[in-house]
Design a protein around this ligand. Structure first.
Ligand code: CA
Length: 518
């Protein structure tokens, strides 16, 4: 009897030991999983209901635990708009978010936890309240007139409202009158009149950004930048100049910080994206975000998801040996993934599973990991993170009344932490598994011979070691025969739902399961 009890105690001891043990994180920066934060909606530290830097600093342990290796902060520089993309000072922090000292503390605390910090840098335009533009508007004698792009009205008569809409802009008016003065020169503002485009043909403007880069990299110790609207530095018909601009920018930033990480937003098709890679070695893969969404939504892969991915990936690698794919499901400009998937948590899991098993550096949009929902307009895809019921967590932000995500429609993080079957635990388990796998983090990708539309499958390879990744995007169990090239995969290394099985060269994959075999 005593022996049995000792035996049981020993098993319990082993179980506790295995729970406490965390596998080694092999994802070295800039590889690893990143997290995009809208500071305003994340965590408040001073009770004004607006998220701020100190609030985010307090949540770094949460992010570390989730497995995050880098945080991309949406704009934090002073700006009159709530999203802060209309910058009026490049060398300061918006007082709503905190101070320079708060920012320094955030970076220091993040670095202590081996988390890197990226800030959004808007080079294409300033806000119309920027002192440069205020001066430029005063007339041709302003020392800042040439910081912007001006044209005589007659020379642009045919172009004033002729811009065609694009994926990232639905505005057709690109030339704007100053204070309603339609007779004088107009200024160029691709997005709208509140965001006048900077004249980056002007060496003085370029030098301003070298100095801004020095300040953020040297003084504030950020690890890199997310470059907004990267393809709009010059108008569409000057694409080659756009590519050259980023090569110049990267060289200048590397002089300041040789390992600076730059990730660009070029919201276009792959062919148009590729030439940017020499200047911006990491680019967001918009195509793949759309493709994963459509396959998971349909519950079947009729578009050859992996063939498509591999084609883009190989194409980019051909254009730049240093290319690092920046993958994501959705970002702050798109409807939230769970809303796109009809609020089906099973579908959200398999979509995230695909993201976390592909090559590149996955970006998670804040709140995705707790199943926040939201549809455009923008403020409703950027709603307050739900920390607890009844705003019991003092960090809860309240700057807007959410239309979609609240503690009735989204299970707050506090509750999800207690439930091992929650979406939060799914994300945490999957991210930490990815971080522990050298093959998933650094390996290449190839297709498999599996031809079942309900299954997204691929092989990841590194230094002769292989993993077989299988995702069931459908709502029925699927059996896959492991023959020929797949006969060597016999053991499940990771199973998202702990319910798949391998027997006699057959894998049984329950609905929406993601498994990795070795
Ligand atoms: Ca605050």
């Amino acid at each position: 009897m005593r022996k049995i009890r000792t035996g049981i105690l020993f098993i319990v001891f082993l179980f506790l030991l295995s729970c406490g043990k965390k596998s080694e994180n092999v994802a070295k920066w800039p590889y690893g999983v990143n997290y995009e934060v809208f500071v305003r909606s994340y965590a408040d530290s001073n009770g004004d209901g607006i998220g701020d830097l100190n609030g985010l600093t307090r949540k770094l342990d949460y992010l570390k635990d989730l497995g995050v290796g880098g945080i991309w902060l949406m704009p934090i520089m002073p700006s009159p708009t709530n999203h802060k993309y209309h910058v009026v000072d490049y060398n300061a922090i918006d007082p709503e978010y905190g101070s320079i000292d708060d920012f320094k503390r955030l970076v220091e605390e993040a670095h202590k936890r081996d988390i890197r910090i990226l800030v959004d840098l808007i080079v294409n335009h300033t806000g119309s309240d920027h002192p440069w533009f205020k001066s430029a508007m005063e007339g041709k004698n302003s020392p800042y007139r040439d910081y912007y792009v001006w044209a005589n009205k007659d020379s642009i008569r045919d172009q004033i409202s002729k811009k065609s809409i694009s994926l990232d802009s639905d505005n057709v008016t690109q030339w704007h009158a100053v204070n309603g003065d339609t007779l004088s020169e107009h200024y160029y503002g691709f997005f709208n009149g509140e965001t006048p485009d900077l004249n980056l043909d002007n060496p003085k403007v370029k030098q301003e950004f070298v100095e801004i880069g020095k300040y953020w990299l040297n003084e504030l110790k950020v690890d890199g930048f997310r470059l907004d609207a990267a393809k709009h530095i010059f108008p569409t018909d000057r694409a080659t100049d756009n590519h050259a601009f980023w090569i110049w920018f990267r060289e200048e930033m590397q002089k300041i910080k040789p390992d600076v990480y730059l990730v660009g937003e070029v919201w276009s098709k792959a062919e148009d994206v590729a030439p940017y890679l020499k200047g911006l070695p990491a680019l967001f893969n918009f195509d793949m975000g759309y493709a994963i969404t459509s396959v998971v939504k349909a519950g079947k892969d009729t578009i050859d998801l992996i063939g498509k991915y591999k084609a883009i990936n190989d194409f980019y690698h051909k254009n730049s040996g240093e290319f690092i794919d920046a993958t994501f499901l959705k970002n702050h400009d798109q409807n939230r993934i769970l809303s796109e998937l009809s609020a089906d948590l099973n579908k959200a899991c398999v979509a995230a599973g695909i993201l976390f098993t592909l090559p590149g550096t996955p970006y998670v949009y804040y709140g995705e990991e707790i199943g926040m929902i939201g549809m455009k307009p923008d403020e409703y895809i950027r709603e307050p993170f739900i920390w607890d019921f009844d705003a019991n967590d003092k960090s809860q932000t309240s700057w807007e009344d959410p239309r979609y995500s609240n503690d009735e429609t989204v299970t707050p993080l506090s509750r999800q932490k207690e439930d091992p079957s929650s979406l939060y635990h799914f994300y945490k388990k999957f991210i930490n598994y990815r971080n522990s796998s050298r093959i998933l983090t650094y390996g290449s990708i190839t297709k498999t011979p599996v031809k079942i539309t309900e299954i997204v499958s691929f092989i990841r390879e590194l230094d002769g070691s292989h993993l077989l990744v299988l995702h069931n995007v459908s709502d029925v169990e699927v059996t896959i025969r492991l023959t020929d090239d797949l006969a060597g995969f016999k053991t499940i290394e990771f199973d998202s739902g702990n319910s798949a099985s391998v027997r006699n060269s057959e894998v049984k994959l329950p609905a929406y399961a993601s498994v990795v075999l070795k």
